[in-house]
Design a protein around this ligand. Structure first.
Ligand code: SF4
Length: 205
């Protein structure tokens, strides 16, 4: 296993956050099925990583109550209901914009519906992250999120922001701006409430 992954996993554990390793997508799904009890209520955050690894598909087919925010045709009121239900889910599963080698999670969010349940509510939070999102420290985590992840996300979401054309962030004041909540999770009171699975692959952005 890569030294950077080893160091990050140890640092997570020192922060009361579970650190787990998956060499590939199959091992990732195996770990997820171990962590989530049959019949559980599952909420999720928007995540290219979860899409690429087949986690969303798995959650839809397995024996869980999956609060699927990606269902076609949902109104904004129906989405809001799902976001509120996420707080009382048994498990919330999500990606992250960056993870530092000091065992911290950094995210930028548009309306807070992804970062809020990471902080409080669900009994268990599972974070899936590819090795490409490991950063040396918070400064590098913020840089990668603002300059790499956010412009690509704005493009994916068809936003009319300057970064979509430029390919980098200019800290816009655009009405479509997706960078509103800057959240650093550095430690947990409840040991292993957050479980991070680092996948030894390049995933998401
Ligand atoms: S602040 Fe604006 S320009 Fe910068 S990444 Fe976010 S949406 Fe794009």
């Amino acid at each position: 296993m890569d030294e950077r992954i080893k160091k990050t996993m140890k640092a997570l554990r020192d922060n009361n956050i579970g650190g787990y390793y998956a060499e590939d997508k199959n091992k990732l799904l195996e770990l997820i099925s171990e962590f989530i009890k049959v019949g559980s209520i599952i909420g999720s955050g928007d995540s290219v990583t979860l899409e690429q690894t087949g986690v969303f598909e798995y959650l839809r087919k397995a024996d869980y109550v999956f609060l699927d925010k990606h269902k076609k045709g949902l109104s904004s009121e129906e989405k809001r209901e799902i976001y509120l239900k996420n707080f009382s889910a048994d498990t919330f599963i999500t990606g992250t914009n960056a993870i530092t080698m000091n065992g911290e999670l950094f995210n930028i969010d548009g309306n807070g519906s992804r970062v809020a349940p990471m902080i409080y509510g669900p009994k268990q939070v599972i974070v899936v992250v590819g090795k490409n999102k490991i950063t040396k420290d918070v400064k590098e985590a913020i840089y990668r999120t603002r300059q790499i992840a956010a412009p690509l996300d704005a493009k994916r979401l068809h936003k009319n922001t300057p970064c979509v054309k430029l390919g980098y962030c200019i800290d816009c004041k655009n009405l479509d701006r997706i960078c509103n909540d800057f959240v650093l999770i550095s430690r947990q009171f409840i040991k292993n409430r957050i479980k991070v699975i680092i996948v030894d692959e390049v995933l998401g952005y």
